[in-house]
Design a protein. Structure first.
Length: 198
């Protein structure tokens, strides 16, 4: 979001209006979950473990706050979490005792399990939209490396809607440098996509 706001403000209308998954769940933890568990929300310290350092900046955005307070108190990167485990001497995961997950909303959808991997948000959104529109499951999506951009994967997915084939072009980019290269290709007319996940 920051990159688009600072370098490409003309692209702001193309951004999703949805919050990220971590920012969707955060207010639910401090409201619904707190109420369900009969816990004072001020006693909950909510930490998200994420692969991307940009998630740390996301919790600082005041438009994500309620009543002047953050719903998500801290973000650890997966690397930081690994370092924390190492500092605490936790390394033999096979010896750890199992525990039940504290379910916030009950059973999860299959698409939800995709959110933790690169391209997962896109695949979950595509799966849901395509299944609603076509009443058919999303076919397997085969991503290919984008020529000239090592960290961009792209795919073309053809679906049939009301008897008419529609080809959706999608891409996934990692890192700011790669995103800048991808935006340059799009702006120059070398590439065009319906959906991009950064």
């Amino acid at each position: 979001i920051n990159l688009v706001e600072k370098k490409f403000p003309e692209l702001i209308p193309n951004l999703s209006t949805c919050r990220s998954p971590q920012m969707m769940i955060a207010p639910l933890v401090k409201t619904f979950f707190a109420s369900k568990m009969k816990i004072d929300p001020d006693l909950i310290f909510h930490v998200s473990i994420m692969p991307c350092t940009a998630k740390k900046d996301e919790i600082e955005r005041q438009q994500m706050w309620r009543n002047g307070k953050r719903d998500l108190d801290a973000v650890l990167t997966t690397r930081e979490f690994g370092q924390l485990l190492k500092m605490r001497g936790i390394s033999n995961f096979a010896a750890l005792e199992g525990a039940n997950y504290d379910s916030l909303l009950g059973a999860s959808s299959g698409a939800a399990s995709l959110f933790g991997v690169t391209g997962g948000v896109m695949e979950a959104a595509l799966r849901t939209a395509i299944e609603i529109k076509t009443k058919q499951p999303l076919p397997r999506v085969e991503f290919q490396a984008c020529r000239g951009l090592n960290s961009v994967k792209e795919a073309a997915l053809t679906i049939e809607v009301d008897g008419t084939p529609i080809t959706l072009k999608i891409a996934i980019a990692n890192t700011i440098r790669v995103t800048l290269d991808l935006v340059a290709r799009i702006k120059s007319g070398q590439a065009s996509y319906h959906f991009i996940e950064i």
